[in-house]
Design a protein around this ligand. Structure first.
Ligand SMILES: [Zn+2]
Length: 510
């Protein structure tokens, strides 16, 4: 190190030593004093238009369900009351959330009865409210005395470029301008980014585990702040969800300060906030015969299937997450401890069938899927799960694909089954696979048949019709259909005589 550099470095060391002990300014409090405190007991009254996007149960992976929502909100440091209307092609749906600092009342879209409210719903509320206005969340951080993140790189402006040059770390510039406050809310890491110059909340970054996609980052940007009396509010909120794959926009079209909020729901006399119920795994085996074993997964309302051949197993369906995948693998080991799971197959890419796939990739099974689903499976296999690590996160393994065309027969010397790719004929997804067992004249499928347990058979819907037509086209001799989901909910049959399907087809006007 030459002399000049040494002097600079010494100066720099002393200076940073001093600043790290300097008392930090409470940017969180000054921000709250600017954005929330002036309201006192009054309310922001907001009218907004939301462009809302979700990955729902779509036809293909990564397709987006888009909705437009219009709503009104009353909020301040303790209250958040929201009433909104979701506009669909034919119908409109209304929902209300009403929080008064103590009790939360929820009326979901198109419900007439209030939803049950759990502690977790109340804990999550400040974060959910932050999609529209940060008043409740800022107050939550202030009330909880959240301290500023380690702010050692809080340099005087002239030192930032030098710091970057010496250390190669280029975030000196942003930490010079932005104060970050981090807190855990209901298992979610929440970071507030507050401008040190303007004392204004610029953005919120959250990090949490998603059971399908793993580590999920959400960024909420507050833009175009406007002055209103002695306070300010953002007129536009942009929300990047699912690691930026979805972007919602909320435009605040009108904002006033009102001295009263409109309470839209009355608290019922028997109102009680319920304790969060721990999810207790409940898995039982139902041996259909010596080859077919159904795995009843009560806590997700699913039926997975294990097919036993002379020296290997096939598993079909694994709901929602890796933990459920591991539970099924455990059951497979009990059924046949010495037989490896040679194949894992999911009937279509929706979470109740593919959600546990990472457990089977880790287990070394060949993944049977359509060519179109390969990129989606690769994404799920590669997605980091550091927040709630599963086996594949702890021990990475390659994914072995077995791509299916029109059909694939799996057999040994005594037994066989055929997987048929009926694709979009399902009227549900583009990748639909069904499983046929010629010996039993049995067909196993995911979610195409909806026959009520109690009432007379009604005419077939599009999915049911799709399955019926596919069975006829493939000339399959089917006696019984077994369905994977739902098992107990919706009051529909999971074991369906083929004659039921025929009756439902007869009901269709020719
Ligand atoms: Zn589905």
């Amino acid at each position: 190190m030459n002399r000049n550099k040494s002097i600079v470095f010494l100066f720099f060391t002393i200076w940073s030593f001093n600043t790290s002990f300097a008392k930090h300014k409470n940017y969180l409090l000054t921000c709250w004093e600017k954005q929330v405190k002036p309201l006192k007991n009054e309310f922001f009254y907001l009218n907004y238009i939301e462009s809302h996007n979700e990955f729902g149960h779509t036809f293909e992976p990564w397709q987006i369900n888009h909705d437009t929502i219009k709503g009104q909100i009353w909020c301040n440091s303790t209250h958040f009351i929201k009433s909104d209307t979701l506009y669909k092609e034919e119908d409109n749906y209304n929902s209300i959330s009403q929080y008064d600092g103590k009790d939360l009342l929820l009326l979901d879209y198109n419900n007439t009865k209030l939803s049950d409210v759990y502690n977790a719903d109340i804990n999550k509320l400040p974060l959910q409210a932050a999609n529209y206005s940060p008043t409740l969340l800022l107050s939550y951080f202030v009330t909880n005395n959240v301290a500023i993140d380690n702010d050692k790189k809080n340099f005087a402006p002239s030192f930032a470029p030098l710091y970057t040059k010496i250390t190669g770390i280029d975030d000196a510039n942003s930490s010079r301008k932005i104060a970050v406050y981090t807190h855990q809310i209901n298992g979610v890491t929440v970071k507030l980014f507050i401008s040190k110059k303007e004392h204004v909340l610029k953005k919120i970054v959250t990090q949490e585990n998603n059971e399908l996609y793993g580590d999920i980052k959400t960024v909420i940007y507050y833009e175009n702040y406007k002055k209103l009396k002695s306070t300010i509010y953002p007129t536009k909120v942009i929300i990047e969800k699912v690691n930026g794959k979805l972007v919602d926009t909320i435009n605040i079209v009108k904002c006033t300060i009102e001295n009263k909020a409109k309470f839209l729901l009355n608290k019922p006399e028997n109102y009680k906030i319920k304790n969060d119920e721990p999810l207790i795994p409940n898995v039982t085996i139902e041996n259909y015969n010596k080859h077919i074993h159904f795995v009843n997964i009560k806590h997700t309302d699913d039926k997975a299937m294990i097919v036993e051949f002379s020296d290997f197993l096939l598993v079909a369906e694994a709901p929602l997450n890796s933990a459920n995948g591991e539970l099924i693998i455990n059951e497979a080991k009990k059924i046949a401890p010495d037989k490896p799971i040679r194949y894992f197959v999911f009937g279509h890419f929706h979470p109740h069938y593919i959600g546990g796939i990472r457990a089977f990739i880790h287990n070394g099974a060949n993944i049977i899927c359509t060519n179109d689903d390969v990129p989606y499976v690769k994404y799920l296999a590669a997605s980091p799960h550091t927040i709630e690590p599963d086996n594949l996160q702890n021990q990475n393994r390659n994914t072995h694909f077995d791509v299916i065309g029109q059909n694939k027969t799996i057999y040994d010397e005594n037994y066989e089954m055929t997987i048929f790719n009926i694709g979009s004929k399902s009227a549900h997804t583009k990748d639909y696979l069904i499983y046929y067992f010629p010996t039993e004249k049995l067909l196993f499928e995911d979610d195409l048949v909806w026959i009520n347990k109690d009432i007379e058979i009604e005419k077939a819907g599009t999915r049911q019709m799709g399955l019926y037509n596919a069975i006829k086209e493939l000339h399959l001799d089917v006696k019984t259909i077994v369905q994977s989901w739902p098992v107990n909910n919706y009051n529909v049959k999971t074991v369906i005589p083929f004659s039921d399907l025929e009756k439902s087809m007869e009901k269709i006007d020719k």
